[in-house]
Design a protein around this ligand. Structure first.
Ligand code: GLY
Length: 370
């Protein structure tokens, strides 16, 4: 069964198709978009080894010619050099204005390929084929594309919506359990920010879903993408509501900076820890009952996920150091700390001007907890 979620953006509306066997049907799924039977695929070397042959076979079965560039796996590819390589390759491949670029990979490839498509010949269309849970539920949907600057992550980019997203649930079977759980951090985020019923569903079904149940995985993806699609349709360029998707991210970005954007802490892991801290902060500020952060902690623990600062290997800066890292975050508006806080599970809101003392206290408590 394929679940379909539409991102309603007028003339730029598109579908996110979610289910099993989608890469094997990619030729038929993509063919209606093409004006001539050829595509260019951007991927990374690790993903190419796993998923490029079936994608190429599916395209060939529909008579679609395909050339592919496999970049080095990892965040370092998402910079000026990787972008230059991708764009110059697309030009050399004679990809024209009416052609389609296919992004096959996780968030790094999706962001980079989307941005390459946005600037090639002032914009060509692209299709996302996300191969990580994190990319399927977050980065492949919503049109944020870009690369990192040496001065910070995601500082260079454009909003450029894909023409189609194919989220093949089967690829999740090739993920290391740690990578799957990191992506699950973003799934939990959707329940926490806007749907208490979905969070309760995850409490009930999360362990079976992590163990591999394809039906439950499809449903978790469908609901996550449906929530993101609704938010993006109402606020494409993050003037307001879209900022709710940053629940946990102010803490997360400080932790990622503190750990050098390394394997010590994956982005999705940082988001899960950050969601926990956002709920701790909300309870400290009297915005929600203590029961809410306790439920978050219980679910993350039941899933075997990182949730405390002590779960992050190695030393972390103290509260002042982490606060200083937060102050550099691009979510600081006019020097004021901006957080997504919650009145309860499923009821998040954006708070400007959060008192630094409360943040300091939550961090001090979290750092001292064993
Ligand atoms: N990942 C956050 C957003 O797409 O807005």
């Amino acid at each position: 069964m394929t679940a379909i979620v539409r991102v309603e953006l007028g003339a730029r509306a598109y579908e996110v198709r979610i289910g099993t066997g989608l890469i094997g049907r990619a030729g038929a799924e993509i063919a209606p978009l093409l004006r001539r039977p050829r595509v260019a695929v951007l991927t990374d070397a690790r993903v190419a080894g796993l998923h490029l042959p079936p994608l190429e076979a599916a395209l060939a079965a529909q008579g679609i010619a395909c050339s592919a560039l496999a970049l080095a796996p990892g965040e370092a590819t998402k910079g000026w050099a990787g972008l230059e390589r991708a764009v110059e390759w697309l030009i050399a491949e004679r990809i024209e204005r009416r052609d389609v670029v296919v992004a096959l990979g996780g968030g790094v490839i999706g962001d980079l390929a989307g941005f390459a498509a946005a600037i090639l010949r002032r914009g060509v269309r692209f299709v996302q084929v996300p191969t990580t849970l994190l990319a399927q539920v977050d980065s492949s949907v919503g049109g944020k594309t870009g690369i990192n600057s040496p001065l910070g992550k995601n500082l260079i980019g454009a909003f450029h919506q894909p023409s189609l997203v194919l989220a093949d649930v089967d690829v999740l079977g090739t993920l290391a359990p740690r990578d799957f759980l990191a992506g699950y951090g973003e799934v939990v985020k959707y329940g926490l920010l806007g749907d208490a019923g979905f969070f309760a569903w995850l409490e009930a079904n999360g362990p079976a879903l992590a163990a591999g149940d394809a039906g439950l995985r499809t449903e978790a993806l469908r609901r996550s993408v449906e929530m993101k699609a609704g938010i993006v349709a109402r606020d494409e360029t993050e003037e307001g509501e879209r900022a709710l998707l940053n629940l946990g991210h102010t803490f997360a970005h400080a932790l990622e900076a503190a750990t050098g954007y390394s394997d010590r802490l994956l982005h999705g892991e940082a988001v899960a820890v950050g969601c926990q801290l956002a709920f701790d902060l909300s309870a400290r500020l009297g915005l929600c009952a203590q029961e809410a952060p306790s439920r978050v902690a219980a679910h993350l623990a039941a899933m075997g996920m990182k949730r405390r600062l002590s779960d992050v290997p190695g030393d972390l800066p103290g509260p002042e150091g982490l606060l200083a890292l937060m102050a550099q975050d691009k979510k600081v508006v006019d020097g004021r700390l901006r957080f997504v806080l919650a009145r309860g599970i499923g009821d998040a809101f954006v708070a400007d001007d959060v008192p630094p003392d409360a943040v300091r206290a939550v961090l001090a408590e979290a750092l001292s907890a064993a």
